[in-house]
Design a binder for this molecule. Structure first.
Ligand SMILES: [Zn+2]
Length: 776
């Protein structure tokens, strides 16, 4: 459908007489930022998206934000202390996301709900300004412990956004009373509490209140809130503090900050950026840039998020299965890139945003918009939570909608030279140049299902300005034309291709990015595997398409990893898998059940949303042990298998005895040629479960004759140093590889090592999640 007709329909569908979001300009801040944004944050009603991003925004607003029951949000305030120690956060997170969504779509019912929820916060605020969910008796949670300041943070974020966009100043005193209470309670003057001691994660949960306290200062001009923000930065550097700024400046590693908890740390870093924007203290920006660089170079999944088991880890330590990329982390990573894009105007941050939005963010959102995953693994299943699940709300279910609602604030923007397009989607952007003139951009595209993007320009009169477009870093062939005439694609210092001319109504800019597949070769724990991207999209094999073709996900391997052999070609998704009208699946040649087969890959964003298992990293050869028979030195007391291709189940040898050696073996009826063996550690318990390496690393042995003797084939060199009592840095689900010196034809493979005892030296045992062997 042509874009213009579509936007007319949207306008006609608006309820007449409702308060239109666009009628209200955000309340201006009293304090001017020391550092003006290079790219302006756009009010969310300026940009209307109707393509893939637009469809995900629509379901976010209608399927989640508008559906929420206000009673659920206020439940823990009505009956303090409520059901979880952090249950107070959800109302502020919802108010933030719902306000942005309402400004974008003008939904009158959503506005009514927002007014109701915001007014309830006024009702539940205590006389001293307290607006948390902990009760005065201090049971089970005493005030100013765990997630109490954190709840005030989200109430401030939600209410400040609501007050600014609705113009309802009646609720500003609620924010100020919260701010005043925090100023009164916490500080380094005598008689005040130490904020580091008020929460988990070395005080980083409480510390993230920096962000809205700086915003409250700018909105009100009251200096005491700035003083509090300065105290916050001092508190972090106290002996018991997380040392966020100093570690980021000196060591430039996020995994060395505080207890390396990712969500809380990134939330603090988003506060540091607000402080830089407000005060202009350049070292604060440097600290944030150092964090960004460290994450991008060493701690980022190629799918655009970070953290495993909710923490930052050692360089390149990115698990495929262990609580991958908490959605709260994906959202705060999105926010960090958004801030850096606005402050620096550099396209590299918009590139990260595209990757995050199309991959890890949309992968966490159920395509219907009603649910969100807490973790989005690289292989396995997605577990979505919604209003009817148990639990009916999670930190991530409240966080995900915030990032989606923020998209129109940065999809297009304005800078000193003109307008900038950061994210490509069909729709319109009504932008105001710095000289006050209005520019309307109308985009027609089905990107990223196709690389053609046509942007029509509409101006009041002929106006000279630059139209900047982002040339994605993944695009190797990009063409650009204006009114049909080719223009050379040249990136400026800021990374954008700028077309500077006098634009008049009807001018058309056409971009073409050649959409191509590319292969990412696995390293470290993904050695022997490849991942495939198509343009900006990460692809995955999913049993929702494989099952129909009679294949299990564990049976799939890649025969030849070159693009010609893989023959990846996009095709329209079958009706059942169409999550938006232009959804694609991707033909790909693989080996399954030892025969060449054609399968259809899906986008990571859609994979797992049909309740099936999926896998992003595809093995170059199949694990030959899945056809074998497993045995172990002792039966143990569990039921898990080491050849079920399920890394969350494990076998153990625990039987109350303490032998010198344990082994886990898999034998085969027919000999198979292998070149490497992978052992995956199972569980670390307080009474053992790992191999004790005091006398050497665990060994890999092979059987080259059916039922023959076990021969030494090598050791797990990377297995960390442990003792019988201590597991050292070993992590659950961690895998270790043994490369054979020459290919071997084997009837069996086993891992052997010394069992561990932990805190109970009357016994010892070990565990194994998977034992695998590959030809390549
Ligand atoms: Zn979360």
């Amino acid at each position: 459908m042509p874009m213009k007709i579509l936007s007319l329909l949207v306008i006609a569908a608006m309820p007449l007489g409702s308060v239109r979001a666009a009628d209200v300009l955000p309340l201006p801040e009293k304090v001017t930022c020391a550092i003006p944004d290079k790219q302006a944050f756009q009010q969310p009603d300026r940009v209307h998206l109707t393509g893939w991003i637009g469809s995900r925004m629509e379901v976010n607003a209608k399927g989640r934000l508008a559906k929420i029951r206000p009673e659920r949000l206020i439940m823990s305030y009505e009956n303090r202390p409520g059901c979880q120690s952090y249950d107070g956060e959800h109302i502020g997170k919802w108010l933030h996301a719902a306000t942005l969504a309402w400004v974008n779509n003008g939904d009158a019912e959503l506005r009514t709900k927002m007014d109701q929820v915001a007014a309830s916060l006024l009702k539940w605020q205590l006389a001293d300004g307290y607006l948390g969910t902990y009760n005065l008796e201090g049971k089970p949670w005493a005030r100013w412990t765990e997630w109490d300041v954190w709840t005030h943070k989200y109430n401030l974020i939600g209410l400040i956004t609501y007050v600014r966009y609705t113009g309802n100043k009646d609720l500003l005193p609620v924010c100020q009373k919260m701010g005043d209470l925090l100023c009164k309670i916490f500080g380094d003057e005598p008689g005040k509490l130490d904020i580091n001691a008020s929460s988990a994660h070395v005080g980083m949960a409480s510390g993230s209140v920096l962000e809205p306290m700086v915003q409250l200062y700018r909105l009100t001009g009251e200096k005491r809130y700035l003083d509090f923000a300065k105290y916050m930065l001092r508190a972090w550097e106290q002996p018991n503090g997380p040392k966020i700024v100093s570690v980021l400046l000196e060591q430039k590693r996020v995994d060395k900050v505080g207890n390396d908890k990712a969500y809380e740390m990134l939330s603090c870093i988003n506060g540091i950026i607000e402080m830089y924007r407000t005060t202009g203290d350049a070292k604060l920006l440097q600290a944030c840039l150092n964090a960004w660089q460290d994450i991008v170079s060493k701690r980022l999944y190629f799918t655009g998020s970070t953290s495993a088991a909710e923490h930052f880890h050692d360089d390149f330590d990115l698990s495929n299965t262990n609580k991958v990329a908490e959605t709260c982390v994906t959202v705060s990573w999105f926010q960090l890139n958004m801030h850096l894009l606005q402050l620096t105007g550099e396209a590299r941050f918009a590139d990260q945003l595209e990757n995050t939005v199309f991959n890890h963010l949309f992968a966490a959102q159920l395509p219907a918009g009603t649910g969100w995953a807490v973790y989005t693994v690289m292989e396995g299943k997605k577990v979505y939570y919604n209003s009817n699940s148990t639990p009916d709300v999670t930190c991530c279910l409240s966080s995900g909608p915030r990032a989606v609602a923020l998209i129109p604030c940065l999809a297009s923007s304005v800078d000193a030279e003109g307008v900038v397009v950061n994210l490509y989607d069909a729709g319109t952007a009504k932008l105001t140049l710095r000289n006050g003139k209005t520019v309307l951009l109308t985009t027609e595209t089905i990107y990223p299902s196709d690389g053609k993007i046509v942007i029509s320009v509409d101006t009041e009169a002929a106006t000279p300005f630059a139209l900047k477009v982002r040339i994605p870093t993944w695009s190797r062939t990009s063409t650009l034309s204006v009114n049909g005439k080719p223009v050379k694609v040249e990136k400026g210092k800021d990374g954008y291709a700028a077309i500077k001319r006098t634009w008049i109504k009807g001018d058309k800019l056409e971009l073409n990015f050649k959409m191509e597949p590319r292969v990412i070769v696995g390293e470290r724990s993904n050695i022997g595997k490849i991942a495939i991207m198509y343009g900006p999209l990460a692809l995955a094999a999913d049993e929702a398409t494989l099952g129909k073709e009679g294949m299990a996900i564990g049976a799939i391997s890649i025969g030849k990893a070159d693009l010609a052999s893989l023959a990846i070609k996009p095709e329209p998704a079958p009706e059942k898998l169409k999550t938006w009208p232009h959804a694609l699946v991707f033909h790909c040649n693989v080996i399954a059940n030892e025969k060449p087969q054609e399968i259809r890959l899906m986008t990571f964003a859609d994979a797992g949303s049909f309740d099936e298992s999926y896998k992003i990293w595809l093995p170059l050869s199949r694990n030959v042990l899945v056809d074998g028979t497993e045995t172990r030195s002792r039966k143990g007391d569990g039921t898990g298998s080491i050849i079920d291709e399920n890394e969350t189940t494990f076998a153990n040898t625990s039987d109350g005895t303490w032998p010198k050696e344990d082994w886990f073996a898999v034998t085969l009826k027919e000999a198979k040629t292998i070149t490497r063996v992978v052992f995956m550690h199972g569980k670390t318990l307080n009474v053992g479960g790992w191999f004790d390496t005091t006398n050497g690393k665990p060994h890999i042995q092979i059987q080259t004759k059916a039922g023959g003797a076990w021969e030494e084939a090598g050791e797990l060199k990377e297995y960390p140093a442990t003792t019988g009592k201590e597991p050292g840095p070993l992590k659950e689900g961690e895998s270790f590889q043994c490369q054979l010196t020459t290919p071997a034809k084997v009837f069996g493979v086993r891992v052997t090592g010394k069992p561990s005892f932990g805190g109970n030296p009357n016994q010892a045992f070990s565990t194994c999640a998977e034992l695998q062997a590959f030809a390549k």
